[in-house]
Design a protein around this ligand. Structure first.
Ligand SMILES: Cc1cc2nc3c(=O)[nH]c(=O)nc-3n(C[C@H](O)[C@H](O)[C@H](O)COP(=O)(O)O)c2cc1C
Length: 189
C-alpha cells in the first residue's frame, strides 16, 4: 500500500479479527460543511480502507456527490493516532458479502431493520419487530440486505502520530505524489 504498510500491520487488527476499530469518518456535506460520525473500519488492504453502511444514509449521498473522505482513530494509551484522507468509491460485491458474513449477529440484523421507518416506531414496536425478526432468522442464515453498501477509501495522505511521555509527540505524514510514489515528511505532533 505504501511505506506505512508495515507500521499499520502493527496498529490495526487483522481483517478477520471480530473487534473492529471505531473510526471518525468525515465526509463533505451537501451544504459544504464537514460531516463526521463514527463507523467501524471493516477491512484494509493494499487498495485502501473499507467501511459499511446503509445505501440510504446521508454519508452515501454525500460521498456520491463528493467522493472524498477522511477518517481518524486514536489509541491514546499507546501514543498512536492514524489519519487517512483520500478518494472513495463503492467497494466490490465480494468484499461486501465477506464483511457482512463477519459482522456480529446483532449488526447483521441491524443492517436489515435500521431504516427511517423503523426509527420512528415506539419502543414497544421496535422491541417486538426486532424479536420477531431474530426469531424468524436464525444466526448465520442472514444475507446482506439490498441496502448494504461498502465504501472503499483509497488513501492520498496518511498521517501516523507518535506520542510518548518523555518527549514531544511527532507525526510522520505520507503523501501520494503524481507518479504514484509516496513522499514522507516529519511534522511536530
Ligand atoms: C460505536 C458505533 C459504531 C458504529 N458503526 C457504524 C458502521 O459501521 N456503519 C454505519 O453506517 N454506522 C455506524 N454507526 C452509526 C453512525 O455513527 C451514524 O450515526 C450513522 O451511520 C448515520 O450516519 P449518516 O447519517 O452521517 O450517514 C456507529 C455508531 C457507533 C456509536
Amino acid at each position: 500500500m505504501g511505506p506505512f504498510h508495515d507500521e499499520l500491520l502493527d496498529w490495526l487488527p487483522g481483517n478477520d479479527e471480530p473487534i473492529r476499530p471505531l473510526v471518525a469518518l468525515s465526509t463533505i456535506g451537501l451544504d459544504g460543511y464537514p460531516d463526521v460520525r463514527h463507523v467501524l473500519l471493516s477491512e484494509w488492504s493494499e487498495e485502501g480502507f473499507s467501511f459499511h453502511t446503509d445505501s440510504r444514509s446521508r454519508k452515501i449521498a454525500e460521498l456520491t456527490a463528493t467522493p472524498r473522505a477522511s477518517f481518524t482513530v486514536a489509541w491514546p494509551e499507546l501514543g498512536r493516532q492514524l489519519t487517512v484522507t483520500g478518494d472513495t468509491e463503492p467497494a466490490d460485491d465480494v468484499s461486501n458479502a465477506r464483511v457482512y458474513a463477519h459482522r456480529a449477529p446483532y449488526l447483521q440484523v441491524l443492517a436489515h431493520l435500521n431504516d427511517p421507518a423503523f426509527s420512528q416506531l415506539a419502543l414497544d414496536d421496535r422491541l417486538t419487530r426486532w424479536a420477531d425478526f431474530t426469531t424468524a432468522h436464525r444466526p448465520g442464515t442472514l444475507t446482506p440486505p439490498e441496502t448494504w453498501a461498502g465504501i472503499l477509501l483509497r488513501p492520498r495522505r496518511v498521517t501516523l502520530w507518535h506520542g510518548r511521555p518523555d518527549t514531544a509527540s511527532q507525526r510522520t505524514e505520507y503523501s501520494l505524489e503524481k507518479g504514484g510514489t509516496w513522499s514522507t515528511v516529519i511534522l511536530p505532533g
